[in-house]
Design a protein around this ligand. Structure first.
Ligand code: MOS
Length: 765
């Protein structure tokens, strides 16, 4: 089961009844409202005043603090385990190992079921076996974190190590094709691409490597958990509340209704804030000890137990006809994965939708290794896939003596090149021309090493950004309208810093015709109507569709209650629109009544409606994506090989931009993460031991302020008529294409092509 299967299943029932075109969201046409304005973050004041309470800050009576002990071998068995000294250490309340842990079912793996959140299907602390270097082997609960950390250091463990698959090169020799890649075929062939490549007028055939990356959100993973009899309360930092609840219910063998998960604030998710072993262990230890447990992973802990992006080897081969159209497009490669997870870094996805070509060959293979399960990390696949693809495009342009933007114009497809579907909304070339003008692309000299300022070689590069549009099925929302003209919009959604609470308050305001100050968006709690996961850049439209359904129901109810004395008498939902704090006839301004008046006549303090979003049919009908053109200017020191990015511009085509202030922040954040991908980030994996060697921000280098130039962002702001609110996702598009834009700029500066990330100074000397 995959995202697409889930969508299909949900869609099948309605498919028969539905006309192929669902009507466009009326809010797409609305020009004056809260949407489109730079409303400041509604959660901003609480955050800057320190009043926003994160998972590791939730207080509890008789709290215990957890420390996890991590295995030091990659594969094998525990042969001896002595916890006596730890148990006797000051402040220790409880020690859990596989010997006293409760029997737990393995987590249901993400995508194995639409409700599943497991990031790995391995059993958690159920026997003496070890599956990766860093796997938790003991949990210590103590009165303070320091006491727990000290006691954990007293535990003696002996292991019998077994042969482990730790060399990517060797694992790659036994690679296999996964059943699917996020529900899409692992291999796609159009014509005979190898033959077309061989006969092409121009060809470039290149190999790339990309490293592991670790999640490094500002807020490390944490949970505060306790049991109230049979009821389980979990304060977590998560981007999948409802899936986490369903999965925990399966692991602990308890009904879903007995679990409440709260996650009102998440200090960065990026795909990493899923269900890992630390939450499960904390819940189990709390059950056995009868005490609340706080597990707040150290930065090292995040590196050991929460997986990130995996390593890849990719081949991109392009064959062009003399006129600049593509004869052959080949993108293949291998990713490292474990046998117990399913995140094969969809690096071929960009090549499925970006360019017209006579023949196409795309294949992803998987190499099994004994390591921490990898997972989603901001544009998994697309971020590193665009690095390989867009660097090769640049090489082809160089070979053909064409401007790289001009070459992309010649390869622009009329329809999706692999699915044959129409694009719902694609203005990539406009993003390119707008961006090129603003960035001053015409000033670039295509000859490498043509610009030098002192020791600095200066260059400019460009690359395409792309990320799919997803809308997750199954989300619901409840709207409660009160007689004083205020509304609460509620769904178990996630605010991870990207602005969900703000934008959904704006959307709720426009949907109901209320000022944004009168709308409160409630989220982050499984007691609310089920939300969808905050993943795949899908949350905004997923919520919007549920809110639209709930508001239609609410309006129908209000019309019914309005009765014969109302100016709205006899009107149906299709005749009216929400405006000015009430409902009015679309074309007859005088037929209008305020909500307060409708409710007063009906003798009600409030009305409420709840509905589920309709199935995301649009993703079956169209090829839907966000796009962008990323422009970089770099300086490379001819003396040290050090690269400094001095200017950056992202020009995006991502449907309607709902809040320019928050969108700019989201897109810039993605670009900054892309600079890390391009230049500094690398999780170093010791192939002798399977140990991650740099589990700290001192050694794992995310960009700091001095690494980040002023970043300009701009957008086409063309609404997609087939998407709720006309919007596409913007959470992940920002990181895509950045690696190649920087690499291409480095080539323009130095004449050197680096095809192995990160582009560190040693590779440029
Ligand atoms: Mo994203 S990697 O789907 O949080």
């Amino acid at each position: 089961m995959s995202i697409l299967d889930t969508v299909k299943q949900a869609a099948i029932g309605v498919m028969v009844k539905l006309t192929p075109e669902t009507p466009a969201d009326p809010l797409i046409r609305q020009k004056h409202g809260a949407l489109g304005s730079s409303t400041p973050r509604v959660d901003g004041p609480r955050k800057v005043q320190g009043q926003a309470r994160f998972a590791a800050e939730v207080p509890a009576e008789h709290m215990t603090y957890a420390a996890l002990l991590y295995s030091s071998i990659a594969r094998g068995r525990i042969t001896a385990l002595d916890t006596t000294a730890a148990e006797a250490a000051p402040g220790v309340a409880f020690v859990m190992t596989y010997r006293n842990a409760p029997r737990l079912k393995p987590p249901a793996m993400f995508l194995s079921d639409p409700r599943a959140a497991g990031t790995s299907s391995l059993p958690i602390m159920q026997d003496a076996s070890i599956h990766w270097n860093g796997e938790p082997v003991a949990v210590v609960l103590a009165e303070t974190q320091e006491q727990a950390d000290h006691a954990k250091s007293l535990i003696q463990v002996e292991y019998a190590a077994e042969r482990a698959s730790l060399s990517f090169e060797q694992a790659a020799m036994h690679s296999h094709q996964p059943e699917n890649v996020l529900g899409e075929p692992a291999m796609i062939q159009v014509g005979d691409a190898e033959a077309a490549l061989a006969g092409a007028a121009y060809k470039v055939d290149r190999r790339f490597s990309t490293p592991r990356h670790s999640h490094a959100a500002i807020e490390p993973h944490a949970a505060t958990v306790w049991w109230e009899g049979e009821q389980l309360v979990v304060h977590d930092t998560t981007q999948m509340l409802n899936q986490e609840r369903w999965t925990l219910a399966g692991i602990f063998g308890i009904p879903e209704e007995t679990i409440r998960i709260l996650s009102p604030f998440v200090g960065g998710g990026f795909g990493g804030k899923g269900l890992w072993s630390h939450q499960i262990l904390a819940i189990a230890a709390s059950k056995l000890s009868g005490r609340p447990v706080r597990v707040a992973l150290s930065r090292e802990g995040v590196f050991r137990v929460a997986g990130g992006r995996t390593t890849t080897e990719q081949r991109v081969a392009l064959g062009a006809n003399a006129d600049g159209t593509l004869a052959a497009l080949i993108h293949t490669g291998i990713v490292a994965m474990t046998e117990h997870n399913n995140c094969p870094e969809q690096f071929t996805f960009p090549a499925r939708h970006l360019y017209a070509a006579n023949a196409i060959l795309l294949e992803q293979r998987v190499a099994d290794m004994d390591m921490l399960a990898n997972t989603f990390m901001r544009a998994p696949g697309e971020s590193i896939g665009t690095f390989a693809l867009e660097t090769t495009i640049d090489e082809l342009a160089e070979a053909m003596k064409l401007d790289p933007i001009e070459l992309r114009r010649k390869m622009e497809p009329d329809e999706d090149p692999t699915s044959g579907r129409s694009f719902s909304s694609r203005h990539l070339l406009k993003a390119y021309s707008d961006g090129a003008e603003r960035f001053g692309w015409s000033a670039r000299n295509p000859a490498p090493r043509s610009r030098r300022e002192g020791e600095w070689l200066v260059g400019m590069g460009v690359a395409t950004a792309t990320y799919p549009y997803y809308r997750m099925p199954g989300g619901a929302a409840r709207i409660t309208l009160t007689a004083d003209g205020h509304a609460r919009v509620a769904t178990a959604a996630h605010e991870m810093g990207m602005g969900t609470a703000t934008v959904q308050a704006q959307a709720g305001a426009d949907r109901l015709g209320l000022p944004v100050e009168n709308v409160v968006f409630e989220y982050g709690d499984t007691l609310l109507p089920a939300g969808t996961q905050a993943g795949g850049s899908s949350q905004t439209v997923s919520i919007a569709a549920a809110v639209a359904a709930a508001s239609a129901k609410l309006i129908a109810d209000l019309l019914k209650r309005a009765g014969n004395d109302s100016p709205l008498a006899g009107l149906s939902v299709g005749d009216v629109e929400a405006r000015d704090g009430g409902l009015g006839h679309r074309d007859q301004p005088e037929r209008f009544e305020r909500y307060a008046s409708i409710l007063a006549r009906a003798g009600l303090e409030e009305v409420s409606a709840e509905a589920e979003a309709p199935a995301p049919m649009e993703v079956m009908q169209y090829s839907m994506h966000s796009y962008g053109a990323q422009f970089a200017e770099v300086r490379v020191s001819a003396v040290t090989g050090e690269t400094r990015v001095t200017r950056f511009l992202g020009s995006f085509d991502a449907g309607r931009i709902l809040n320019p202030r928050l969108a700019a922040s989201q897109l810039r954040g993605g670009i900054i993460m892309g600079l890390g991908l391009a230049l500094t980030e690398e999780t170093q994996f010791d192939e002798r031991t399977g140990r991650i060697m740099n589990p700290s921000l001192a050694e794992y280098h995310v960009p700091v302020h001095l690494d980040v130039p002023e970043i300009e962002v701009m957008w086409t702001d063309v609404p997609d008529p087939h998407a709720p609110l006309g919007a596409h996702g913007i959470g992940e598009i920002g990181i895509t294409g950045v690696g190649a834009a920087v690499a291409n700029a480095i080539f323009n500066a130095t004449g050197k092509r680096v095809r192995d990330l990160p582009i560190t100074l040693d590779k440029l000397l």
